[in-house]
Ligand binder design. Structure first.
Ligand code: NAP
Length: 528
């Protein structure tokens, strides 16, 4: 058992946590269950806002479980949130940067203090298992702290530049990074705290004010995050929280000329739509897109197949395959195909699918009815085109009857022309192909529009070749903890290239925070 005093929760360490994490989680679950059904307001200009139309958020574990009622915000609410953020910008941006760092660090501490409360909300609303949920919350605090660390390490991004070589004058130059204004953060359902809190933390530390719109399936945990920001003492109007459909509230935010920059994390199609629509302003504004993935693992005939099998199974089926970094394609050298697949099937069959609140559950439900129906149609297609070695069915009996539970699925012998080799399914389905050699495996791995994460199992020499040729933003080698998943701020900053991300700079990394700021060079000349 891990020594609890030295235990640091990350996605790599979560497989063997100290016992007290389980105890606290169970206690928090009981406490949260007493509060189910509460109404969650929006938060605009420092005030709670209620709308006439409301939506019920239910749990994918059991759709009879009414988690919260949230506001179905209007276009006017979105416009008010933007106006409030605009009004608060001068005060917040002119504050000393170390005061902002202080308030954001305080927010991160409050998130840590509420780790179990927020973790329970994530489990109930996303269907994420308990350690993944706690990881999501811990990562949120770490992302915010990382932004603070970077601001401090770069002393607020103020740097002296060279002096002009003028005779008779002293001509000094200073580089200053300054915020853009109102920053929009639109987040997806799968990491509601981290993918809301990470961008919000960076935008705020940089001096922007924010308008947040969470995914409609997962409003609860981001609302607690907003509560932490309020509790930390962030001034009114600096953080605004609007809820409601992407097609109305989200669209209003994206189309507003008063938004200075945006971070959108979500699907490729919505993200590309946002990219085009955001370009309709009078000038170019920054748009940070973190989009989908179709992440491959390549396995050489020299690989340790036990490590490869467990790494792939963890990455393919963790969070029910609904991670942008999930492993959905495996290209293995033909000589070891059967041996690898046999191990993967054996491991997949040991994974417990069920109530994600229970400590031994690995896979909870998928997020909603649309995903559940997609699973059924994708597995039918795969059965027709190739072979399913394990899984392929939804689970409907007994305790599973009111939720969206799907079996972990491994498909082989699917022709390479099949559309599902390129389509992000975002479900617990992994497809395996026996490649002629590593070169064919690499060509296939790179043959999608995505480039988020990738994994490799093989010798050290082969690893170097893999790094040089793979088109992905986060790449792992010989990792049993996860073939393509498990990034952590400050360790493996997270981001993609090609259709997976727009900036080429990874969040939780060295080059991320400056994306939220623009440079001003200040020159001043004095006569001697
Ligand atoms: P999604 O359907 O694209 O939704 C993401 C967010 O966009 C939600 O808040 C949604 O609101 C909003 N939205 C929808 N239509 C909009 C519009 N026209 N204008 C403005 N906002 C709009 O994605 P999802 O299903 O929540 O998340 C899964 C996707 O996210 C996958 O593709 C996954 O790979 C990707 N992802 C990427 C990363 C990364 O770091 N690269 C991380 C996590 C997830 P509603 O919920 O109200 O529709």
């Amino acid at each position: 058992m891990t020594d609890k005093s030295s235990f640091k929760l990350t996605y790599s360490t979560m497989f063997n946590p100290p016992e007290e994490l389980h105890t606290h989680f169970a206690e928090a679950m009981e406490a949260q269950k007493q509060k189910l059904g509460q109404e969650i307001p929006m938060f605009i200009a420092g005030e709670e806002r209620f709308s006439t139309e409301k939506n019920k958020q239910v749990s994918p574990i059991n759709t009879d479980l009414h988690l919260i009622t949230y506001q179905r915000g209007s276009i006017q609410d979105a416009e008010d949130a933007i106006a409030a953020a605009r009004k608060a910008f001068p005060g917040w941006s002119q504050m000393y940067w170390d005061e902002r760092v202080y308030l954001l660090r305080k927010t991160a501490d409050l998130i840590d203090q509420r780790l179990f409360e927020i973790g329970v909300a994530v489990t109930l609303e996303v269907g994420k298992n308990r350690m993944e949920s706690l990881g999501d919350v811990a990562e949120t605090a770490e992302l915010i702290r990382y932004a603070c660390d970077q601001m401090e390490a770069n002393r607020g991004y103020r740097a002296r530049m060279g002096k002009d070589p003028l005779v008779g004058f002293d001509s000094s130059n200073t580089s200053v990074l300054k915020p853009y204004g109102v920053w929009a953060v639109i987040s997806p359902f799968n990491y509601p705290p981290a993918l809301t809190g990470g961008p919000v933390g960076a935008a705020l530390v940089a001096g922007n004010t924010v308008v947040i719109k969470p995914a409609s399936n997962t409003v609860w945990s981001p609302s607690i995050l907003v509560d932490c920001l309020r509790q930390a003492g962030i001034p009114d109007g600096v953080v605004n929280f609007v809820t409601g459909p992407g097609s109305t509230v989200g669209k209003t935010i994206v189309e507003s000329k008063d938004i200075g920059g945006i971070t959108f994390t979500g699907s490729y199609d919505v993200g590309m739509g946002i990219f085009h629509s955001f370009a309709q302003g009078d000038y170019v504004r920054p748009v940070i897109l973190e989009l989908g993935g179709k992440n491959p693992a390549i396995v050489s005939k020299h690989a340790n197949l036990d490590d490869a099998a467990i790494g792939i199974v963890r990455s393919a089926f963790g969070l029910q395959g609904q991670k942008c970094s999930a492993c959905s394609r495996v290209f293995v050298e033909a000589e070891v195909h059967d041996a690898l697949v046999a191990r993967m099937v054996e491991l997949a069959r040991t994974l417990k699918v069920g109530d994600p609140a229970e400590r031994d559950t690995y896979m909870g439900p998928v997020i909603n009815r649309a995903a559940y129906e997609d699973y059924q149609s994708f597995t039918a297609e795969l059965k027709a085109a190739g072979k399913i070695l394990t899984g392929g069915e939804v689970i409907t009996e007994g305790e599973y009857a009111r939720g969206y539970f799907c079996q972990p699925t491994i498909a082989v012998e699917v022709p390479l022309e099949h559309r599902l080799w390129k389509h992000e399914m975002f479900l617990p389905i992994v497809m395996v192909h026996a490649a002629r050699d590593l070169s064919e495996a690499m060509n296939l791995a790179n043959s999608t529009k995505y480039g988020l994460t990738a994994g490799f199992y093989g010798t050290e020499d082969e690893v170097g070749w893999f790094y040089d040729h793979i088109e992905a933003g986060v790449v792992y080698a010989n990792r049993p903890q996860g073939a393509t998943t498990g990034a952590w701020p400050g360790y493996q900053p997270f981001g993609g290239r090609k259709g997976s991300g727009s900036t080429g700079k990874n969040s939780g990394g060295l080059y991320y925070l400056p994306l939220y700021m623009q440079e001003q060079i200040r020159n001043q000349v004095r006569r001697f």
